[in-house]
Design a protein around this ligand. Structure first.
Ligand SMILES: Nc1ncnc2c1ncn2[C@@H]1O[C@H](COP(=O)(O)OP(=O)(O)OP(=O)(O)O)[C@@H](O)[C@H]1O
Length: 464
């Protein structure tokens, strides 16, 4: 058979196109007619059922916002974005595709071929991901080149393209930047009793909710390029912990290989090390302390510890993990640090020995103990692979576009964490403590400590 015979100039019949559409959208094509039929035949019953469902949903949302936000809200958001907004529904989608030059005419029938939406998920009010079947002959590059026009058409701040399969891509559409202001340093609780380790204040999330973390047993990793604001994430929780630091039930072990960032906290630290060699000493002392506590708990037949002055919560804070674990000057020392931090990461939680670390490049080569961190925060990074390295597989696809955060001072402290239950990335911003705030924090802790210390003696021992 010749080519001409196999390709008809007639378009596929509308009824077949409609049937294909119905096949692709079974839920909507069964529920809408069913509701229409019910409303026509039994309007009162339908109105009563609709009213009760609405009332139940409102009651649920008010009684238990957490489960409602987790189980119901995402579906409502998907529905609204996909079918009720003028971006992705039939004519609007076709218009947007035409504007972005992503449509084509069928060579023989002249029919307008439009890329097809396969699925949409609105992971938060700020981000949605749209799976698309692209046209034959189109490449990811066509779409990347059109990203700016698409953002304008969708009325979005940014659109990023991910390749999934030869003719399948995902558009990650970021609607808006929720943070246009700097968040001031957290308040210091007045007394130790007011400190809730399960709700340590870090800043705010994209929904305007307070961003708090349970820091009683978390190892925290903060990743971000230079100037992304990693220090603000390390400093913010110290404000909530201040009364415990003053009392001695939280002890800070600081490693400052770059010799600048954590310097201000030296006076309130249990140990402070500046430089690589001293940092290695602190890591090994920290491990010794962990092992001694393990032995003590074992002796007393205890399996769990509660922070107190006698059994304090110890936090090892390493300003630049790379310098301690990967590109420091002494290889043997780095291997010892790796081993030490691996033991802290795997066994420290039971004895109240936690580690918090900041890193610019979150690769396994730089942070071999990466997977041992139980709370991970990804600020602005320099590569598209970094968000996945820090936050886990699929995080970027779900909207953690940390590599797309503009490299400008106004975005410092903005990043993503992953919501524990849903694995959905949450955009957050850390509070920012100015030099004066840090000075105030240190003064406050020292003054409180004086009050606690009739017994005398300094908590600080500098490692030279
Ligand atoms: N949470 C924040 N909110 C607003 N601005 C911030 C925040 N954190 C930092 N900044 C601003 O960004 C600047 C750089 O921050 P910072 O030094 O903490 O970055 P970094 O990631 O630690 O960089 P480096 O790796 O070079 O040490 C700060 O001097 C401050 O002006």
């Amino acid at each position: 058979m010749s080519e001409n015979h196999s390709k008809s100039k007639r378009k596929t019949g509308l009824e077949w196109k409609a049937a294909a559409w119905v096949g692709r959208h079974p839920l909507i094509t069964t529920t809408v007619p069913a509701l229409g039929y019910a409303a026509a035949t039994a309007p009162e019953v339908t109105a009563w059922a609709a009213g009760s469902t609405l009332a139940a949903a409102v009651a649920w949302g008010r009684a238990h916002p957490d489960s409602f936000d987790q189980l119901v809200l995402p579906h409502l958001r998907n529905l609204r974005r996909r079918w009720l907004s003028a971006t992705y529904t039939g004519p609007a989608w076709r218009r947007n595709m035409r504007e972005a030059n992503l449509v084509r005419e069928h060579p023989s029938t002249g029919e307008l071929l439009v890329p097809r939406i396969l699925r949409l998920r609105s992971y938060s009010s700020a981000v949605e991901t749209v799976w698309i079947k692209i046209l034959k002959g189109q490449t990811v590059k066509h779409w990347m080149d059109a990203a700016e026009v698409l953002a304008a058409c969708f009325n979005a701040e940014r659109v990023t393209v991910e390749k999934l399969a030869p003719r399948k891509i995902a558009l990650i559409v970021q609607r808006r930047e929720p943070f246009t202001y700097t968040i001031p340093a957290p308040e210091i609780p007045a007394t130790v009793e007011e400190v809730d380790l399960a709700r340590v204040h870090f800043g705010f999330d994209e929904f305007g909710r307070e961003w708090t973390e349970d820091m009683s047993d978390k190892h925290m990793l903060v990743s971000g390029a230079t100037g992304s604001g990693k220090n603000s994430v390390l400093w913010a929780p110290l404000f909530t912990l201040a009364p415990m630091i003053a009392e001695g039930s939280v002890r800070l072990w600081l490693c400052d290989p770059k010799q600048v960032e954590l310097n201000a906290a030296a006076p309130i630290a249990h140990r402070y090390a500046s430089g690589e060699e001293a940092s290695a000493e602190v890591v090994s002392e920290f491990l010794e302390d962990q092992q001694a506590t393990q032995a003590k708990l074992h002796e007393q037949g205890l399996r769990k510890f509660t922070p107190s002055v006698e059994t304090p919560l110890n936090i090892l804070i390493v300003d630049e993990l790379g310098a301690v674990l990967a590109y420091g000057s002494d290889r043997t020392r780095m291997m010892r640090n790796r081993q030490g931090m691996a033991l802290v990461g795997s066994q420290g939680r039971a004895t109240g020995h936690l580690m918090w670390g900041a890193v610019q490049e979150p690769t396994k080569d730089t942070v071999p103990v990466r997977d041992l961190f139980t709370l991970r925060i990804c600020l602005r990074v320099t590569a598209a692979v970094h968000p996945e390295m820090v936050l886990g597989d699929g995080a970027r696809m779900r909207g953690a576009l940390a590599d797309e955060i503009p490299n400008i001072p106004a975005t410092a402290g903005i990043g993503f964490k992953v919501a524990e239950r849903t694995r959905t990335p949450l955009r957050v911003r850390a509070a920012y403590a100015t030099d004066a705030d840090l000075e105030g924090l240190v003064k406050h802790v020292l003054a409180e400590r004086d009050g606690h210390e009739e017994q005398g003696g300094s908590h600080l021992r500098l490692v030279a």
